[in-house]
Ligand binder design. Structure first.
Ligand code: C5P
Length: 227
């Protein structure tokens, strides 16, 4: 089974407060973006990478691809105002493939094993997304007051990658764009079609580099993996 991956990399990284695209920040001297790209460069099932980038960052990213020997990138279209738009601009340039993965460029610790499970599940069922079980007690809060304690057994924290059969994600995105529906992940668009989305148990290490503390966790994960 083969897939192509869409990596939205056109965010501004406001919550990181780095004053630049957080994907250029380094973990053990290598940019976050390159850590993520290397996973897919080395993944045997991956036949192509699509990167959504800011126009003013295209040249620097192309230079980084050359320096680090990333060869699987097929296109670097312009990202959009929202993550969903960035993903869509990649999808519009893709040709038909079996399976499409969408993965945050800011999640460098995804493993080949989880990717393989997602690809298999998307092939069998149409849509499969990575997630981990909620660890904390979960409560719904309104205006500073607990409204309800939610049953934790049924709650999962959703990550990327999210994997889909090509036709399904294309259809879901087209409809979302037509009616102006904005989701916080791709699965929401597929759920709207009434299509079942399967969960694949992922790892708590698959964190998104979002705030400064995440960089500390990130370097710790890399150091342990290097042992
Ligand atoms: O901000 P956050 O980390 O949640 O964004 C997830 C991913 O989506 C990041 O890799 C970011 O670069 C990307 N993104 C994008 N276009 C946007 C917003 C975010 O490609 N408009």
């Amino acid at each position: 089974l083969h897939y192509e991956v869409v990596l939205p990399a056109a965010g501004s990284g406001k919550r990181m407060g780095a004053g630049q695209n957080k994907l250029f920040l380094t973990l053990l001297a290598k940019p976050i973006l390159i850590h993520t790209l290397e996973v897919f460069e080395q993944d045997e099932q991956c036949t192509g990478i699509w990167l959504a980038v800011k126009p003013e960052e295209r040249v620097i990213i192309q230079e980084m691809l050359a320096i680090y020997g990333i060869t699987k990138v097929k296109g670097l279209p312009n990202g959009g105002a929202e993550r969903q738009h960035s993903v869509h601009s990649c999808m519009k340039e893709m040709e038909q493939v079996d399976i499409v993965l969408v993965h945050d460029a800011a999640r460098p610790f995804i493993t080949h094993n989880i990717i393989a499970n997602l690809v298999r599940s998307a092939h069998d069922f149409g849509a499969a997304i990575a997630g981990v079980r909620a660890k904390d007690t979960m409560k719904k809060v309104r205006e500073g007051i607990i409204e309800e304690t939610v049953d934790r057994e049924s709650l999962w924290m959703i990550q990327t990658p999210q994997a889909f059969q090509f036709d399904l994600i294309v259809q879901a995105e087209d409809i979302a764009e037509k009616i102006g529906f904005l989701g916080t992940d791709e699965a929401m668009l597929v759920e709207r079609l009434g299509h079942a989305v399967h969960i694949v148990e992922s790892s708590y290490e698959n964190v998104k580099m979002t705030t400064k503390e995440d960089l500390v966790f990130g370097e710790a994960i890399l150091r342990r993996r290097a042992l």
